[in-house]
Design a protein around this ligand. Structure first.
Ligand SMILES: Cc1cc2nc3c(=O)[nH]c(=O)nc-3n(C[C@H](O)[C@H](O)[C@H](O)COP(=O)(O)OP(=O)(O)OC[C@H]3O[C@@H](n4cnc5c(N)ncnc54)[C@H](O)[C@@H]3O)c2cc1C
Length: 414
């Protein structure tokens, strides 16, 4: 059944501001109409603007008639009634990151009677929220979009009374054996008896000139699920050789004229699921360029072409495209942990439980750390951010649930 759009978003093709709002709404599974303005006449007729380059774009129009000109994502969340301040001075559990691990931890914590707050810096769902179709998550034989899975989990968490604070990020913390005090990027302070870090990983970048300028204007990190339907009849380029790249390419191939996968290696990674390898290689409009890399981005306001170099021969070719998707895996953003002396591995992942044992001089308690506990008692880690994690939705959900079992033990031990 078609759902009623929560708003209508007007903007120009290649507008990073419009992309940020589209991406947020799509990940949050909020139905909306996107109107791409193609001419001055259309801008005048639809919105009474001077022309299609009017600086008031993008514009959101809500069913109650409210019109927001060039709004930020924060302003849209406020209008949707999703932006909240913490209601308590102290919580039992504060969970940072609302991907599958954080959502799962919050559902288990709140359903088991713990006063729980969940903090998310962007949209609920995490990396999984950008996945067009998750086919290997138990119980969904036809697959489920990451956005739908996240929205169902958010509803479930809300039903159990979790407070969800979106558009906020934890930036630094102080921890003692009885509580954690974490400062958020807007200056708010959260106090909790236990903290759970489920902040996943940051996408890797190409580190090419122009990458920042084209972000949201032709360059997209992750699967860019909100953009797929806009790729009609286009040649799109996907960089990456992992599961997410393969899965996203298949999804894009349903809309785009052609999808070119660029990878440094000879073939898709060995850990790509067999069913995906099979489908990618049998999809006629997907081309794979092995031993290759993108070496330059071209365009003015928007990406128009990329240069691809063959790493063996040095030969270069240019592909005209306005859609470059980067599924390059990621690295954890755990600088805050280093600042407070929490043990990380060489790549910055948080080390927990048995992996800590021989290295941790700072551990002062006369019990072993719990399985998902970091080197700081009462600070736990779950999902992709954790050293040795499996990088799958199911394992992140499982770790989120397990964490809460250890949280109970920690709280019971005084
Ligand atoms: C395109 C794509 C497709 C995928 N498809 C599949 C699939 O089909 N099957 C599968 O099993 N796996 C898939 N994966 C992998 C899977 O999505 C991840 O393993 C899983 O999302 C990890 O969950 P997580 O909760 O640990 O972290 P994430 O999903 O990365 O969530 C972390 C969250 O923390 C937030 N955050 C970060 N820092 C802060 C901070 N300081 N304060 C507050 N919040 C913060 C982030 O914004 C993010 O929302 C896919 C990944 C991608 C990118």
């Amino acid at each position: 059944m078609d759902r009623v759009p929560a708003l209508r978003l007007y903007g120009k093709r290649g507008s990073p501001q419009a992309f940020a709002i589209r991406d947020f709404l799509h990940r949050s599974d909020v139905p909306f109409d996107w109107v791409e303005l193609g001419s001055d006449e259309q801008a005048r007729a639809e919105l009474g603007l001077d022309n299609v380059n009017d600086t008031r774009l993008p514009i959101c129009v809500f069913p109650d008639g409210t019109r927001m000109e060039r709004p930020t994502v924060r302003q849209v969340t406020e209008k949707l009634g999703w932006f909240h301040h913490p209601s308590r001075s102290e919580y039992d559990v504060a969970i940072y990151g609302a991907g599958p691990a954080g959502l799962s931890a919050s559902v288990y914590a709140s359903s088991e009677g713990l006063r729980t707050v969940l903090v998310e810096r962007f949209a609920v769902g995490g990396q999984a929220g950008s996945s067009p179709n998750i086919e290997n998550y138990l119980g969904f034989p036809d697959g489920i979009s990451g956005a739908q899975l996240a929205e169902r989990a958010r509803e479930q968490a809300a039903k159990f009374g979790v407070e969800v604070l979106i558009d906020r990020a934890g930036v630094r913390g102080e921890f003692s054996t009885c509580k954690g005090v974490v400062e958020l990027n807007d200056g708010t302070t959260l106090v909790s008896r236990v903290s759970v870090c489920a902040t996943g990983v940051e996408y890797r970048r190409l580190e090419l000139p122009g990458e920042d300028k084209f972000l949201g204007a032709g360059v997209y990190y992750g699967a860019g699920a909100s953009e797929a339907q806009l790729c009609g009849n286009e040649h799109v380029v996907m960089v990456g050789a992992g599961n997410s790249s393969a899965q996203a390419s298949l999804h894009l191939s349903r809309y785009a004229r052609k999808v070119t996968i660029v990878m440094r290696g000879k073939r898709l990674n060995d850990n790509v699921s067999e069913y995906l390898v099979d489908r990618v290689t049998h999809t006629p409009n997907i081309e794979i360029l092995p031993k290759s890399q993108v070496v330059a981005l071209h365009g003015d306001e928007m990406l128009h072409a990329v240069t691809i170099r063959n790493c063996e021969t040095g030969d270069e070719r240019m592909i005209e495209t306005s859609f470059l998707f980067l599924c390059l895996g990621g690295r954890p953003n755990t600088q805050w942990a280093q600042e407070v002396g929490i043990v990380r591995d060489e790549q910055g992942y948080l080390v927990t439980g048995p992996d800590l044992a021989p290295t941790t001089e700072s551990w002062k308690l006369n019990r072993e750390p719990y399985y998902l506990e970091t080197s700081m008692p009462g600070v736990f880690a779950a999902g992709d951010v954790r050293h040795g994690s499996i990088k799958r939705v199911a394992s992140a959900v499982g770790e989120g649930a397990m964490t809460i079992a250890f949280v109970h033990r920690y709280l019971a031990s005084g």
